[in-house]
Design a protein around this ligand. Structure first.
Ligand SMILES: Cc1cc2nc3c(=O)[nH]c(=O)nc-3n(C[C@H](O)[C@H](O)[C@H](O)COP(=O)(O)OP(=O)(O)OC[C@H]3O[C@@H](n4cnc5c(N)ncnc54)[C@H](O)[C@@H]3O)c2cc1C
Length: 365
């Protein structure tokens, strides 16, 4: 029997977002012989900046894990379509979508609740990481923990990536504001293009009595660009969003090159946004994070040496990396004002909404 040291682990996972929680949960079930530590800095007060929309790919990962989503995680209303608005050409089109609208904090906590009891989960931020002759040391809440292998699941500003892997992809500052939902003429979910203030898409989402407006902006002058875009949006929709009750901001990864999406190095593995696994066209990242967690857990389950685990993880994620890399092409098309104008003008795949008086007639029947 191995001598147990309370602060020595085989694997330490930094971050318990969708990537870290899925990885720790699956590996904990597959390899009960491993001592696994999970460190997570998310708290109710310091929770994640996110639109909280669960894409079909993420729903598929849950199905593969044999899970169903509890109602307590869902938010109101549920959404079937995205209203796409181009603030420059003034075009609007509606496209069908199959997202689930969720409370992101509740979703993350629910995923963490799947981690088996023999896995140690501690709440706190890992402040520093060091490499030693026989592994790694993590400094959390003033304590030191040792681990043989590290898994960086610590999101866009990954400490693990910055410390051991280097090369950070392009990043934006994402800003979101929450307003009381006063029934303004704002779609339940919209995707906004305004090249004058941002080269990416922005969004509005209704959620549990609030209306969220958010977007991704160049780090320099992000606040000014956000305010300008808000004014332009209010002009297009002919409404006022009102006074925000909450404003939040964080970094958002936007991989542009093949090397931006990385699996890590032997004994330091990167999953989720830490590895650049996020769509650069829509910023949808929960599904990729969960998929990475799943793929790395499978690589650990079959692998023995660090090289072997990394090789398997790279093979397992090859298709996902190609798919995410191809999003750079989609982004180039969607974010080109001319091509977007043509696509929206053509009406391809868009939904024709009934005239307002027809809708009113149906509703009053
Ligand atoms: C504004 C915005 C809106 C978005 N909307 C959507 C959306 O609607 N749908 C979608 O699919 N994706 C969306 N995304 C992307 C999505 O949020 C991320 O891609 C996804 O959360 C990545 O999951 P992850 O597990 O890799 O990282 P994260 O979810 O970021 O989790 C990382 C975890 O690590 C913890 N952590 C970080 N550093 C440390 C540390 N040093 N010590 C301890 N813990 C640490 C954090 O507390 C966090 O819990 C959005 C992103 C932004 C910024």
């Amino acid at each position: 029997m191995r001598k147990m040291n309370k602060r020595c682990y085989d694997v330490a996972v930094i971050g318990a977002g969708p990537a870290g929680a899925v990885f720790a949960s699956l590996l904990g079930h597959m390899r009960t012989d491993l001592r696994i530590l999970v460190v997570d800095g998310q708290t109710e007060r310091r929770n994640k900046v996110c639109g909280g929309l669960l894409a079909p790919d993420a729903q598929r990962v849950l199905a593969e894990m044999g899970l169903t989503l509890p109602n307590s995680v869902l938010a109101d209303p549920q959404i079937f379509a995205v209203d796409t608005a181009d603030l420059v050409s003034k075009q609007r089109r509606i496209y069908q979508r199959h997202y689930l609208n969720m409370d992101r904090y509740a979703f993350d906590r629910w995923l963490v609740s799947m981690i088996p009891d023999h896995v140690t989960v501690i709440s706190g931020r890992c402040e520093r990481l060091e490499r030693t002759l026989d592994g790694y040391v993590l400094f959390v809440n003033g304590n030191a923990y040792k681990a043989q292998k590290l898994v960086g699941a610590d999101g866009a500003h990954s400490l693990v990536r910055r410390t051991f892997v280097g090369h950070m992809p392009k990043q934006y500052t994402a800003i979101q504001e929450w307003y009381p939902d006063l029934g303004q003429h704002v779609p339940a979910y919209s995707c906004i293009f305004d090249p004058q203030t941002s080269d990416s898409c922005s969004w509005t989402i209704r959620k549990d009595g609030f209306l969220i407006f958010g977007g991704a902006f160049e780090k320099q002058n992000c606040k000014t660009a956000f305010e300008q875009q808000k004014m332009r949006l209010e002009g297009t929709l002919s409404c006022q969003l009102g006074n925000a009750v909450r404003r939040e901001a964080c970094l958002l990864t936007s991989p542009r090159h093949w090397r931006d999406i990385t699996c890590g190095i032997p004994s330091v593995y990167l999953i989720g946004e830490a590895g650049g696994f996020i769509s650069t066209s829509s910023f949808e990242g929960i599904s990729s994070a969960m998929l990475c967690g799943q793929h790395l857990a499978k690589a650990f389950a079959n692998g023995t040496s660090d090289d072997n685990i990394l090789r398997r993880y790279k093979i397992n994620t090859f298709g996902l990396r190609v798919k995410l890399w191809s999003k750079t092409v989609k982004r180039a098309v969607l974010c080109s004002p001319f091509l977007r104008y043509i696509i929206m003008k053509s009406g391809l795949q868009s939904i024709r909404v009934m005239e307002e008086d027809h809708v009113a007639a149906v509703l009053t029947k």
